[in-house]
Design a protein around this ligand. Sequence first.
Ligand code: NAD
Length: 301
Amino acid sequence: MSQTKQAALPVIGFIGLGAMGGRMISQLSGAGELLVFDTDAERAQQAAQAASGHAISKLEELSAANIVILMLPNSAIVDDVFRGGTQKGLIDILPKGALVIDMSSSTPANTIENAKLASQRGLVFIDAPVSGGIGGAASGKLAIMVGGDRADFERARPFLERMGSNVILVGDVGAGHAVKALNNLLAATIFAATAEVFAVGEKFGLDPAVMHQVVNASSGGSFMTNIAWPKAVLQKTWDFGFALQLMNKDVGIAMSLIEATGTETILSKASAKMWAEALGSAPQGSDMTELAKQIQKGAGL
Ligand code: NAD
């Protein structure tokens, strides 16, 4: 009897067990037979242990997977894993009917192409990027924005709801990746504007802590003044917990949408330039708050 029950459990592949995936995987414990893969074999082992799954050493071991979740650094790597390139891709490995959920922050145009390639092979590819950082990943309280058909969303939903407390279907495939990038462009631009305004205030002679108290209780306040400033900027710890490189990547994806839609922007362009330059002169592995540090330095503070 229990054997019959076991056999009905889905086979779930999870690829990319880094800062986010390594935490998200724990929420899937018990949801099916978990097969985890990362080019860093030690990470895969640790994740498998934490989620009662099995670490696999090559993608071919996913040949019976019903669902595969990707949590990879960028679209180039997602495309390589899905379409193949440096290795045989999932598209040539997965059984017909398998559902691939790209939870990475990827480029919408690549996602739409992946979905097209998938459907030609009898597979389904949807996007479900996240917001909420490593805290949300560890607690299963991520915001998850899904792009895909309603039926595919419903198929993914039970698994996504284990990892997120706010799972929303935002549109067709690619829409999740689009809204994720645009949200981060907005957050990045608000952060940059806040850093500039605080530098001016400090140069004028305002106490940054007092200025923060006032702004945070006023119309200039934001998620950034509420969360990022007290955590990482006011104390100059520069460790908000989101990599500068990832923020710059998201801003770049949003800029590709601005270009693709032929939208004229002033602020967004200026913001993208600031983030790219900050990354160019930052030490490797810097936190996104490095931008505020550089603005302070540029202002002579
Ligand atoms: P990470 O670099 O910590 O993890 C990525 C993992 O992918 C690593 O373990 C790496 O070894 C593995 N990997 C790389 N190439 C691979 C390949 N070809 N095959 C298998 N594994 C491979 O990154 P992260 O912070 O976990 O971010 C993952 C994704 O989530 C990114 O797209 C990022 O933009 C997005 N995201 C991150 C955060 C955050 O706070 N860190 C928040 C929201 C969204």
